[in-house]
Design a protein around this ligand. Structure first.
Ligand code: GDP
Ligand code: MG
Length: 136
């Protein structure tokens, strides 16, 4: 996968509240092209694998439970400088600190139920995209 791609998920709270369209629209309006897209429900085991890097954090068990609590939407997005620009578009992890105009400012409910995931590096974008869509 080229470095002009990132990986995202629309998390269970945002799917449950009918924000798939609104969030995908913000991504497209932000200049991202959707190159892969799938709605699915993670098992707790798969959610735990995805977030294994956080296994020692105190919120890990809650996070795994939350991320497997209902459908999500996984997507691969393309844009120049995709990883960094997408982190800017989604905003801070804690919506109380998210800037105006960001996806989390508009849609996140809490530091946990924060509407969207965005990869934090080109390397992780590749790993995360492959986790859902297989090596291409
Ligand atoms: P992100 O890269 O902005 O998504 O944030 P992190 O990689 O630090 O954390 C991964 C995910 O774990 C976040 O998006 C939240 O859903 C959740 N999370 C992060 N920090 C906390 C916390 O302090 N408490 C809880 N309950 N969840 C958290
Ligand atoms: Mg992260």
């Amino acid at each position: 996968m080229a470095t002009n791609r990132t990986f995202t998920m629309i998390k269970p709270d945002a799917v449950q509240e009918n924000h798939i369209g609104g969030i995908l629209n913000m991504m497209e309006e932000g200049g991202f092209r959707i190159v892969e897209l799938q709605k699915l429900t993670l098992t707790a085991e798969r959610a735990g694998q995805f977030y294994a890097v956080h296994a020692e954090r105190p919120f890990y068990n809650d996070l795994v439970k939350y991320m497997s609590s209902g459908p999500i939407v996984a997507a691969v997005l393309e844009k120049d400088n995709a990883v960094a620009d997408f982190r800017t578009l989604i905003g801070a992890t804690n919506p109380a600190q998210a800037a105006e105009g960001t996806i989390r400012k508009k849609y996140a409910k809490s530091i946990e139920a924060n509407a969207v995931h965005g990869s934090d590096s080109d390397e992780n974008a590749q790993i995360e995209a492959d986790f859902f869509f297989g090596a291409k």
